[in-house]
Design a protein around this ligand. Structure first.
Ligand SMILES: [Zn+2]
Length: 335
């Protein structure tokens, strides 16, 4: 990048040192120069105003007399990082950017969403939320969907997902972000300070622990107990085969899949676990018993999924959707 020396003849030269024009956004017919740190973006007031009332108001004020100018353009200083601001301009100027269905760094999505909130860029905000919702779905099938696998970024972090949901008011992504983050151990939840997690607040981490505790308790008391332990169907077999139903140890293993950790619904199923654990006992029970256990397991998974929003303070998934719709109607969140 070439530095453009600030012109001495201009009394209100933008910076003491040199203004570095951004390599993508120094548009020669632009009529405003926005400056982030030492990087300048020569862009169009009309384009930015079209997308954002914040820019519109800013230009209305900025064009009053006495403003700084650079090569005849009004200049305005912003307090955003140059890297993030260039990304924002790319989203405004380039069609379909960020491209749908591709991997985009989660921390970048976060920073872009914060900028979209700040400048009231509603379309960009919706677009980012749509992307985040693929990563943090509100349908159980979404967790293992192909679109999710395709956009899953290298810096995927469910803890950061919680942070984004809270700070940018995106309720739709909060429950499954909690679910995924709760698969971490306590020390990881409280102490993870990898690059992607350094912006996660202590409050979000604490909320995650509480979620984990609540969900596991519901899984144990309200789901597995009635469906496994108090379910006579699994403990006895009315078949005339030599089958006597599942032995208690096997049922204990069954419950443990769903009550030890919150990753049960992503984990291998009961039958697979038994196959791995007791290789010699594949013929543990008769096929009718296995079929019954499979029906029970599907119910457990459904009920745990239903308990996910409940464990983070929503009435149910429908309430999550309503909360999301309200934020869309309200326009921008208070960030
Ligand atoms: Zn049986």
């Amino acid at each position: 990048m070439d530095a453009i020396p600030s012109t001495r003849s201009d009394d209100n030269a933008p910076v003491g040192g040199a203004l570095v024009p951004d390599k993508d956004f120094w548009l020669t017919d632009g009529n405003v120069v926005l400056i982030c740190e030492s990087v300048g973006y020569r862009v169009h007031q009309s384009i930015l105003s079209r997308h954002s009332n914040v820019f519109k108001d800013m230009f209305a004020v900025g064009t009053a007399e006495g403003e700084e100018t650079f090569e005849g353009c009004v200049t305005l200083r912003l307090h955003d990082s140059p890297e993030d601001f260039a990304f924002l301009l790319k989203a405004l100027y380039d069609l379909r950017y960020p491209p749908y269905g591709t991997k985009i760094s989660l921390s970048r999505l976060r920073r872009l969403l914060l900028l979209a909130n700040k400048y009231l860029l509603e379309e960009l905000r919706s677009q980012i939320i749509e992307h985040l919702r693929v990563l943090f779905p509100s349908k159980r099938s979404g967790l293992t969907s192909m679109p999710r696998a395709l956009v899953n970024p290298d810096d995927f972090s469910p803890l950061l997902g919680i942070q984004i949901g809270q700070e940018s008011n995106v309720p739709a992504i909060i429950p499954s972000a909690f679910l995924c983050a709760a698969t971490y151990g306590v020390s990881e939840i409280l102490g993870s300070n990898t690059r992607e997690d350094q912006d996660v607040s202590f409050q979000a981490r604490q909320a995650c622990l509480k979620f984990k505790e609540t969900l596991l308790e519901i899984a144990d008391k309200e789901i597995c107990e009635p469906l496994i332990w108090k379910n006579g169907e699994l403990l006895y077999c009315d078949d005339t085969e030599p089958c006597e139903g599942f032995p208690p140890q096997a049922l204990h293993d069954f419950g443990a899949i769903y009550t030890r950790n919150t990753n049960g619904i992503f984990y291998i199923k009961f039958r697979e676990l038994i196959r791995q654990k007791y290789a010699e006992k594949d013929a543990l029970v008769c096929e009718r018993c296995w079929a019954r256990a499979e029906v029970v397991e599907e119910k457990i998974r459904d009920q745990i999924w239903e308990a996910v929003p409940v464990s983070c303070g929503f009435k149910d998934w429908a309430a999550v959707e309503e909360a999301q719709t309200r934020t869309n109607e309200d326009g921008m969140s208070e960030s």
